[in-house]
Design a protein around this ligand. Structure first.
Ligand code: ADP
Length: 485
């Protein structure tokens, strides 16, 4: 179970609106459970459209003053928020593990990663540069400057309860926008804890708001209320498409970070040990529940058997355990629906001729645990080739040559992350160019950092988070044509 928190006040069962901690109008609550045990940790308010509208109004009221501050003033507050997150990483990580399930070490790593976005965007707040354009007429001076978009909404998923919030809120607040967050109902406690620290850091009332509750009603208000000028969403492609449609009526800007189906290619000149480590990192992190997880492992003929053997040996060492157990590496899946989905995908593959190399079934640790699994002999006829697995299962596909693997890799509506291992410099570059994915790891399985642009192509979404590009999504470009005559 959860270790004692140093700061019990980080665990909130109220929402944060206009700088106040409030309950739902109806008094109704949602239970938050620990996916490893099914036990209830706490409750949060079940809010709806009315409370969401009030949060939007609070964000609007706070907007003028927040936007008027200098970048440096906003940066100082974000810096304090960043430091508070770092100082409280153990507590925040514990809350995160309790509600999400990932190993505590990994959860603390997520808190560091999440905090890095606040640090990064605070620094970027000072560098929102415009441009001057040589006039098209003798008496004209053309000036381009950037202004905050205004009130923004963030709808975030359960797999990264901290980082998916900070990469949106950090950029928004740095740009001078204000924000209403609707965290995933499965993992709202981390979001509320981040708000406690934001308040402590000096984020003014109304600049950051968090409402928990019904996704459809709160989401409906966030996407239809004309005051909201932008919606940033991370989650499934299915819901993302719905939100884009809902935002069309008021022509809101949207940023969409949606599903993936990442290829992980091992060429015949790869360093196989490095490729195995990369596959472990990219496939099994968070028990396979990340949108950039390797989803299809393509291995070239000549090294196929050796790679499968080495990967299997390594997978056999992974420790499946509850997140607070010492040395835990693979925690539970988020819920029973996730377990059933993974099970269905494995059964479908095996029934169509794939070979179960290791794992393949539920794990004795608890109801929602699944064994780290490898299936080989996977083909495009199988469901597992096309669906986002979101579990600790590595499907292996054998390939012969470059063009074949490029075609198979791109044979998906998704385009988020892709990975490959190989040493031939020409092929490395050809591969990076040929893969229709927004994020590419060459000879590495870990690509996420606040300093680089994260985002997808095709049905994986649009917009970029992190890097100098990340703040642009929260800025309007304004052009001033000045006559000096
Ligand atoms: P996943 O469960 O894979 O993370 P979802 O797209 O189901 O992906 O959920 C991501 C976020 O979207 C969560 O915060 C969820 O509550 C929210 N959500 C789900 N359905 C809707 C909806 N109809 N409108 C707005 N938000 C939604």
């Amino acid at each position: 179970t959860m270790p004692d928190l140093t700061r019990l006040d980080l665990l909130r069962n109220a929402c944060f609106v206009g700088g106040k901690w409030i309950a739902a109008d109806t008094g109704e609550v949602i239970e938050v459970t620990n996916p490893a045990t099914g036990e209830t940790i706490s409750t949060v308010p079940r809010m709806g459209a009315d409370e969401a509208a009030r949060a939007i109004a609070a964000a609007e009221a706070a907007g003028t003053n927040w936007a008027a501050r200098t970048g440096k003033e906003r940066a100082a507050i974000l810096r304090r928020w960043y430091e508070l997150m770092r100082d409280n990483r153990a507590d925040l990580g514990a809350i995160l593990t309790a509600e999400q399930g990932k190993p505590w070490e990994e959860a603390k790593g997520e808190i560091d990663y999440a905090a890095s976005f606040i640090e990064w965007f605070g620094e970027e707040a000072k560098r929102v540069y415009g441009e001057t354009i040589p006039g098209h007429q003798r008496d004209k001076r053309l000036i381009v400057f950037k202004q905050p978009v205004g009130v923004c909404a963030a709808i975030t998923p359960w797999n990264f309860p901290a980082a998916m919030i900070t990469r949106k809120a950090g950029a928004a607040l740095a740009a001078g926008c204000t924000m209403v967050i609707k965290p995933a109902s499965l993992t709202p406690l981390t979001a509320l804890a981040l708000c406690v620290l934001a308040e402590e850091a000096g984020v003014p009332p109304g600049v950051l708001n968090c409402v928990t509750g019904s996704a459809a009603t709160i989401g409906g208000e966030l996407t239809s209320n004309p005051t909201v000028r932008k919606v940033s969403f991370t989650g499934s492609t299915e819901i993302g498409k719905e939100l884009i449609k809902q935002c069309a009526d008021t022509v809101k800007r949207t940023s969409m970070e949606l599903g993936g189906n990442a290829p992980f290619i091992v060429f015949d000149d790869a360093d196989l040990d490095a490729a195995v480590e990369g596959a472990i990192a990219s496939k099994y992190r968070n028990a396979g529940q990340t949108c950039v997880c390797a989803n299809r492992l393509f291995v070239q003929d000549a090294v196929h058997d050796a790679f499968v053997e080495k990967l299997t040996a390594r997978v056999a060492t992974l420790k499946v355990a509850q997140g607070f157990e010492e040395g835990a590496q693979i925690g539970p899946l988020i819920d029973m629906a996730a377990v059933e989905k993974v099970e269905t995908l494995v059964l479908d593959a095996v029934s169509q001729g794939a070979t179960l190399v290791i794992g393949g079934a539920r794990h004795g640790k608890g109801a929602s645990f699944f064994q780290p699994t490898i299936v080989s002999g996977v083909t495009p006829a199988m469901l597992i080739f096309h669906e986002e697995i979101f579990g600790p299962v590595a499907p292996i596909i054998r390939f012969k040559d470059e063009n074949e693997v490029f075609a198979m890799s791109n044979d998906t509506p998704f385009g988020l992350a892709a990975y490959f291992y190989g040493r031939d410099i020409g092929r490395v570059y050809r591969t990076a160019e040929a893969l229709d994915f927004g994020i590419i790891g060459a000879n590495t399985g870990l690509i996420s950092t606040e300093v680089a642009p994260f985002g997808g192509m095709k049905e994986s979404g649009h917009g970029r988070e992190g890097s100098s590009h990340g703040i642009e999504d929260y800025l309007e470009i304004k052009y001033l044509c000045l006559s000096i005559a």
